[in-house]
Design a protein around this ligand. Sequence first.
Ligand SMILES: Nc1ncnc2c1ncn2[C@@H]1O[C@H](COP(=O)(O)OP(=O)(O)OP(=O)(O)O)[C@@H](O)[C@H]1O
Ligand SMILES: [Mg+2]
Length: 388
Amino acid sequence: MLRFIRTHLALKVFLSYVIVILVGILVLATATSLSVPAAFDRHMAGMSAMMSGNNMTMPVVGNSQAVETDFFNEYQTSVTEALSLAAAVALIAATLASFLISRQIVGPVQRMMILSHRIAEGEYEERLKISGHLHSNQLDELDQLALTFNQMADKLEKTESMRRQLIGDVTHELRTPLAGIKGYMEGLMDGVLPATPETYQRVHSEAERLQRLVNDLQELSRVEAGSYHLKFVSVSPVALIETVTSHLNRQFEEKEIILEKKLDAELPYVFVDKDRILQVITNLVGNALQYTPTGGRVVITAAQEKSEILFSIKDTGIGISPDHLPFIFNRFYRTDQSRARLSGGSGIGLTIALALVKAHRGRIWVESAGEGKGSSFHFTLPLVTKHN
Ligand SMILES: Nc1ncnc2c1ncn2[C@@H]1O[C@H](COP(=O)(O)OP(=O)(O)OP(=O)(O)O)[C@@H](O)[C@H]1O
Ligand SMILES: [Mg+2]
């Protein structure tokens, strides 16, 4: 019962009114039982003194009308006096109750107003205090509003910090190729570097890196914002993998890495955006190719697991240490910044893969026994389709 009252603001306001009314009734009752007789006695005593002063001992019959009127007047005055006292006490009780209640309601609303102004000005740190117990469901409507307000502030703060982080990351990523191009051009202008096709080739490859980065960023922002349409079609998981491997086969042969496929030809079809899932598989197989040294092996499997298709890309490559594993899907994250820079990777491929798999209601994760021990990337796609 107490919890019910505590969690309902309207009930609290209603109860405060009831309390004020009860106080009024109580005061009135006390007044009638204590104050009215006392006041009446006092007035009666005054009246009889007046009468004895005038040598009017007992009222005579002819005078009884006047005495009755006096009697009534005195009674009325004493009731009015008692009622005035009761009204004063009830007023004080009402003022006190409304002060307490309004402090409970207006206080949080005012704090919310101040805080929303601060947030609008870019100060995201402060939060509203919540008076109820957060985890015991003892929050009234105002507490719940404060909780939602705090959650909104959390989200805004996170978005803002992500925005800042993104700007910082992008600036950092752009700086390296730009500095390269500038350095080569200065070398050419000063005559330190010879104006040979090799020098121009270096400038060109830095510009290409910039272009790739800009394209990746554009793709990332589109995918993360969800501003693209998925064109769902029914497609065989085997066909998806075959498409990717037929494109990358030559590169695997050139690097002398064995590419193995373990696919169940009877796998049910998946209902997905074909191009987007091809992009995911290409990113993962491309990484396996990139981060596996010559002589290694990459195995691609696809199998049905309950109501999903599980895709796995396992390699015998450089592996990922446990320190890096939790961050591997973060944008711009590379286990070895300098090596990745040389190989041209921008650390966006996995972030895009994550967003695309999520958009298909799938899951994506990585496993690795540690550096030099190979890695396995897995992702699932839900089976919501029929056999075609
Ligand atoms: N199969 C793998 N084996 C070892 N490390 C990997 C593997 N795949 C990814 N990584 C690590 O994760 C990082 C992020 O991969 P991601 O594909 O997002 O970026 P990238 O390959 O560096 O660049 P790009 O955006 O061009 O793909 C890589 O830089 C690499 O350090
Ligand atoms: Mg990659």
